[in-house]
Write a protein that binds this ligand. Structure first.
Ligand code: FAD
Length: 492
């Protein structure tokens, strides 16, 4: 017996990108919602994310002379996904991204600031909101709260999905502090619990080949795969679970007692990477999951050392709240990391550094010398991998640093299969009555919207969008509104 019982039209598990969007949408339709979030605050991984969303045909693009169309974006998307993207969901998202994400979020108070190029796209379409993921999520959370249609219970984790006569009818949850249990009885339920990349056991289950090597957890703290477990118990069909988007510019967080979590420091201008044989193996300016990741995974063992001299460390940015003060990097904390991490070595000479990281000294020295010579010769690109030297410099200022890099599981491109209404499907591809899923638990949307690789901005965008779709249809099934309608960006 639960301590408390709550009646709602819709229950939502998870208060991140998808869950909050679902609450806004269902609230607009007049439904009464109860949303539970295990963390003490709302926002999930979405709030610590870069906030970038792939959006097509926007005024921001036009203002920079970029003419983009859904057809062009769809071609890039499908090609980049290497045949594994859910094309129907990809098209659905791309077509709706202008009106149902860009303008919609703007209306709720978000502001789209600038565009960034991302690998695989023929044009700039990665839109960054003001104050990144936190800015976007703050606007959405405020909107959800101001409607007054959603009862929000933070610090409350879902434990079991309730069913009656083969239909989902709510969820049982426990408050982490008081231990009090609550049963929320609802007509429909949306699972929006995010991915599983902060659960190393699940990562290794999906990718057993990594059991022999070190890989790290790299999603938000709440991305533990709990929602996957709840849906699996009801017979939901999971697909493309081995499609995990790994990044390779991360070093273990030595402050994490188990060193399971990774700290990301992407693209430090000038640094080079060497493998355990002391050789460079890649153009380090190409850091994407479809370029750098396969290059690192092809090394034996699949890890590397990032080599920096002292001025380069001044440009190092660690993507973790401990190392940042809002948009600003905390240099004192970065130096603390450089001085204290057992995964970072420091030396006054390059040969000393090579010995400390146990690579072949002469191979390592000749790699650095070849790189340095490119500057002496005034080259625009270094000859080995064609890396542009525009932002880079010679290795000439000790102390030198070597930072150990291991693959980091960042984003789940596979998850529970849903239809275009976000209804969870079973192994016969039939909806489980009353059950919806959106966001990363559903591989960002539908099960596998990205495929094997993502164009970037294709995680948060589809998570928020599918949240809206789930909210609309869950409300409809509960007796409110017409279902998600939206407005596709089509000619005529
Ligand atoms: C550092 C980082 C940067 C990123 N940057 C980008 C980017 O710039 N662009 C992009 O497209 N993608 C980015 N992503 C990915 C993107 O943030 C996620 O894919 C997206 O937030 C997923 O949204 P979601 O709502 O499904 O999950 P989340 O935002 O993670 O929300 C899920 C919520 O569910 C809660 N929850 C889980 N289990 C339970 C339970 N049992 N009971 C109650 N609550 C529960 C969690 O605590 C969490 O708050 C980034 C990811 C990371 C880690």
């Amino acid at each position: 017996m639960a301590d408390t019982h709550i009646e709602a039209d819709i229950a939502i598990i998870g208060g991140g990108g998808a869950g909050i969007a679902a609450a806004i949408e269902a609230g607009d339709d007049g439904a009464k919602i109860t949303l539970i979030e295990q963390a003490e605050t709302l926002g999930g991984t979405a709030a610590i994310s870069g906030g970038g969303c792939l959006i097509v045909g926007t005024p921001l693009q036009e203002s920079q002379g970029i003419h983009d169309t859904p057809d062009l974006a769809f071609e890039d998307w499908v090609k980049w996904g290497q045949g594994a993207a859910d094309e129907q969901w990809a098209r659905f998202y791309i077509d709706h991204s202008l009106h149902d994400l860009y303008f919609w979020a703007e209306k709720l108070g978000a502001k789209w600031m600038d565009l960034k190029f991302q690998e695989g796209n023929r044009v700039f379409r990665w839109h960054r909101p003001q104050n990144n993921g936190l800015g976007l999520m703050t606007a959405l959370i405020n909107a959800a709260k101001s409607k007054g249609t959603t009862r929000i219970m933070t610090g409350t984790a879902a434990e079991k999905i309730l069913t009656e006569n083969g239909r989902v009818c709510g969820v049982r949850a426990t408050n982490g502090k008081s231990g009090e249990t609550t049963e929320i009885h609802s007509r429909t339920l949306i699972v929006a619990t995010g991915g599983f990349n902060s659960n190393l056991d699940m990562v290794l289950e999906a990718r057993p080949e990594f059991k022999a090597f070190k890989v790290m957890e790299g999603s938000g703290r709440g991305a533990t795969g709990w929602g996957h477990k709840l849906i699996r118990e009801l017979g939901g069909y999971f697909t493309h679970m081995n499609h995990i988007w790994f990044y390779v510019y991360a070093t273990p967080d030595y402050r994490d007692p188990q060193a399971r979590r990774g700290l990301v420091f992407r693209l430090t201008p000038g640094y080079i990477w060497v493998n355990q044989q002391g050789r460079r193996f890649h153009d380090e300016s190409r850091t994407g999951g479809a370029s750098a990741t396969p290059a690192l995974l092809a090394q034996n063992p699949p890890h590397a050392w990032a080599i920096l001299d002292t001025p380069m460390t001044a440009k190092m940015e660690v993507a973790d709240p401990y190392y940042r003060d809002g948009d600003k990097v905390r240099r004192d904390k970065v130096q603390e990391l450089l001085d204290n991490s057992p995964y970072i070595r420091k030396a006054d000479t390059l040969s000393e550094l090579a010995k400390k990281i146990e690579v072949d000294v002469s191979t390592f020295l000749s790699e650095v010398e070849r790189y340095n010579k490119a500057f002496d010769a005034g080259l625009e690109r270094e000859p080995a991998f064609g890396k542009s030297l525009k932002q880079s410099k010679k290795f000439d200022t000790p102390p030198y640093y070597a930072i150990q890099l291991f693959p980091l599981a960042r984003k789940n491109f596979g998850g529970v299969k849903t239809d275009l209404r976000c209804r969870v499907l079973d192994k016969y591809f039939e909806p489980i009555p009353g059950l919806y899923a959106a966001g990363e638990v559903a591989g960002m949307a539908g099960g596998h919207i990205n495929g094997k690789a993502g164009l970037e901005g294709t995680m948060l965008g589809p998570s928020i969008f599918s949240g809206r779709v789930a909210g609309g249809w869950a409300a409809h099934e509960a007796g409110f509104g017409p279902g998600f309608v939206g407005k596709p960006n089509r000619p005529g």
